[in-house]
Design a protein around this ligand. Sequence first.
Ligand SMILES: [Zn+2]
Length: 344
Amino acid sequence: MLCVADILSELLSWAPPAIAWDRDNIGLLVGRRDASVSRVLLCLDVTPEVVSEAVREEAELIIAHHPIIFHPLKALRTDETRGAMLAELLRRNINVIALHTNADATRHGLNHILAQSLGLQEIEALDPVKGHLRVLSLRIRRSEGETIVLPALAGAEEQVEYDCRVIEDDWMRIDLRAPSWRTAEMRRKFGLRLADIPHSFSEYRIEDGLPDYGIGSIGTLPQEMKVQTFLASVKHALACRMLRVSPYRKDDTIRRIAVCSGAGSSCIPTAIAAGADALVTGDLTHHVFLDYQRAILLVDAGHYETEHLFIGLCAARLESAVFENNEKIDILQARTNTNPIWFE
Ligand SMILES: [Zn+2]
């Protein structure tokens, strides 16, 4: 049977911890790595109702977007909601994993699918992750580089960007560009193929951002759209009861759109600098609307509404995962509505 560690490593290979916000709290937050798992419940927030649902559904693992433990716990009191919930999870042997800003910022992560759900095209990261791009430089004889390494790169499942050139005495250098969390595995794989062949690796960091990874996304609508039409499509796509928006004129049109799931006020200057006509996000305050009303159209669709796509995204990721021995798990999407805000 699969265990928590198998599922965790699959999820973290998709949403690497290296790109999470440095003050975030992600990974396995309750339970143990070696616990067996046959049923998983996915949710945005762990609430007492979600815990009851996990108990009813006999799920051994909850995967949530928001960390159940975020601020340091100074007490664990079972006469308070969070303490009682943690005690219940431990009593019932239910494990909890959080995938938070790492799932927001990863390639094809939450921000990317949020942009896709609004019909945007040519989607890229709004603020590409910096400090994680590496060049893995392989020095090898030209003959073996051309017959072994280059064909392997051309046939690789996951595309790798590289340059190659011939250097002194018929040796060649192949420079592979990859995120920091992939280079150890690449060295290991090439090391196995090249076990009896003279070669050497060196690795260095480059400062460019990783284009597919980052907080927020930006893209373009297929054509210019009236603001009013765009807002109606946002409401429909994200199942919003209402939107809070900056003042606009009836004939205003937009095309380039930035998105940031959850609370995105910190993305506003980047969205403006990237030439966005509008930013779709959540949790904007009166003063934020006031300060930026002439610079960009702000669309506050709600924190929950811009993030609930996480559940389907995570389900799709787990459904397509191939575990050892083709082991399977049941993937359940929480039916409990955890939106803490109602509109009356
Ligand atoms: Zn959030």
